[in-house]
Design a protein around this ligand. Structure first.
Ligand code: SIN
Length: 477
């Protein structure tokens, strides 16, 4: 029996956009075709930009309270549709259903957070320099925002951009990943149902992202770009946005060290690593990329990890018992296998490898004796590969951890609170888990130092990325 292929549409000014050019969306579990989505052309994108500009002017007439209320309704609708959304995420992205449900809650969490933050975009009064002046600041939405989002969290990476933008009074044009456009479209439909103005959140789907992004980034009405993706692409985008000195936030690649000191509670460290490494089959930018183990606990920890990995169920994420779904596509798997092969050729040992390697599935691998000269040390692995590096002293661990160009997340396990404090200050990473492997939280500022990006998402800081501070100097005589 043939499976039903869905048809979905880009959304322009609140309406489905009909096109003869259709993007095909596959299920990474078996590479079957699940949907065809209408792609925008240059003219459609130009229309979307004009609608977004008109909508930004319309949004100026709305209050922060009203936008907060609409965001709150969007939050409720996302939760009411959580099973349907989670099933869609699993279908187009591959993560196990239980993780997809967690992503729905995470995505909704950003909407709730910014529904509340909308009312807190305070200005300020500044002590004046004369008795007849009043000096103040107000915050206003920056303008039309373009967002480019990745496939690894097809819901949460969108809500953590669209929700603060809307809270700030900005209209938003989204170019979702061409691998996972369906979740984006469903989110936008729910936003419209919640009361978003018709062009406040438009979704432009394309299989030629470079052309579309160039068009959007060079358009005079666009005042802000927000991107989550690789450092390499982030650098290219920054060159484009430099042309109009456009506000730009970038959430780019990571290379998280996961440091287990000698005093660590190894059971707790193992629990933390299972989340920090294996969430979404390792396809997160905050994934533990280099596992630094103190030489005295290394052997024991690796044995504990092997036992744990051998109990994992790998398979299609739509089954309830699955722990590890497929990688997003064959290219992602090949990249990870090449990194493992290359490390092996340079002296690393594969000390564990499971046997589920069909299609896009990849069993966990543990690689021991990884060194700085190997490609896997610097690359973002984005796969269930545990790359182990041994250390002896705290100074050595910190030095090894910091000797990379990026600085997104890091994890430290120790029962010595002074050591935790010292190490957290010494690490050049913007987000640090201290005896904790799950650090993602809408209330916290998410972002990176060094080549991991610019700006923060979530937390009290997240809305500022979409606001201009305007200074008013009023004279009274
Ligand atoms: C990412 O991988 O880019 C985001 C992960 C997260 O928000 O937890």
């Amino acid at each position: 029996m043939s499976k039903k292929i869905k048809t979905a549409h880009s959304i322009i000014n609140g309406q489905p956009y009909e096109s003869t050019t259709m993007l095909e969306v596959q299920n990474p579990a078996d590479e079957s075709l699940i949907a065809k989505v209408s792609e925008v052309d240059t003219r459609a994108a130009e229309n979307a930009l004009n609608y977004a500009n008109a909508c930004f002017i319309e949004l100026k007439e709305t209050t922060a309270q009203a936008r907060g209320d609409i965001l709150y309704r969007w939050y409720e609708l996302i939760l009411q549709n959580k099973v349907r959304l989670a099933e869609l995420v699993t279908q187009e992205q591959g993560k196990p259903l239980k993780e997809a449900l967690a992503e729905v809650a995470y995505a909704a969490g950003y909407v709730k957070w910014f529904a509340q933050e909308a009312e807190r975009a305070y200005g300020s009064m500044i002590p004046a320099h004369t008795a007849f002046h009043q000096i103040s600041t107000v915050k206003q939405g920056v303008g039309v925002v373009v967002g480019i989002t990745p496939w690894n969290f097809p819901l949460a990476m969108i809500t953590r951009k669209v929700a603060p933008a809307y809270a700030a009074g900005c209209s938003f044009i989204l170019k979702p990943s061409e691998l996972t456009p369906l979740s984006a479209i469903e989110l936008a439909k729910l936003a419209l149902d919640a009361g978003f103005e018709s062009a406040a959140f438009q979704v432009l789907v394309t299989s030629k992202p470079q052309d579309l992004v160039k068009q959007l980034n060079s358009h005079p009405t666009v005042r802000k770009l927000t991107f989550t993706g690789s450092t390499a692409v982030g650098k290219l985008l920054l060159e484009q946005t430099a042309q109009s000195v456009m506000r730009t936030s970038l959430e780019l690649g990571g290379n998280a060290p996961f440091i287990v000191f000698e005093s660590a509670n190894l059971e707790a460290a193992l629990e933390g690593l299972m989340i920090a490494k294996f969430r979404n089959a390792g396809q997160t930018c905050i994934a533990a990329n280099r596992v630094l183990l103190h030489r005295n606990i290394k052997h024991q920890f690796i044995e504990m990890l092997k036992t744990r990995l051998s109990a994992l169920t790998i398979g299609n994420g739509n089954s309830d018992d699955v722990d590890l779904g497929p990688l997003i596509n064959s290219a992602a798997k090949q990249k990870a296998l090449n990194l493992v092969l290359n490390a092996g050729q340079q002296g690393a040992n594969v000390v564990y490898q499971g046997d589920s390697m069909q299609g896009n599935y990849m069993s966990p691998v543990i690689l021991e004796n990884v060194e700085q000269t190997m490609a896997i040390y610097c690359a973002e692995i984005f796969a269930p590969v545990v790359s182990v590096i041994e250390f002896e002293t705290e100074e050595q661990a910190i030095q090894l951890a910091n000797e990379v160009e990026v600085g997104l997340a890091a994890y430290i396990y120790s029962t010595n609170s002074e050591q935790l404090h010292r190490a957290s200050l010494a690490l050049d990473f913007a987000m640090i888990g201290l005896n904790e492997g799950a650090i993602s939280n809408p209330a916290a500022p998410f972002g990176g130092m060094k080549q991991s990006g610019l700006g923060r998402e979530g937390g009290a800081q997240g809305i500022d990325e979409y606001l201009e501070v305007k200074y008013l100097c009023q004279r009274f005589n």
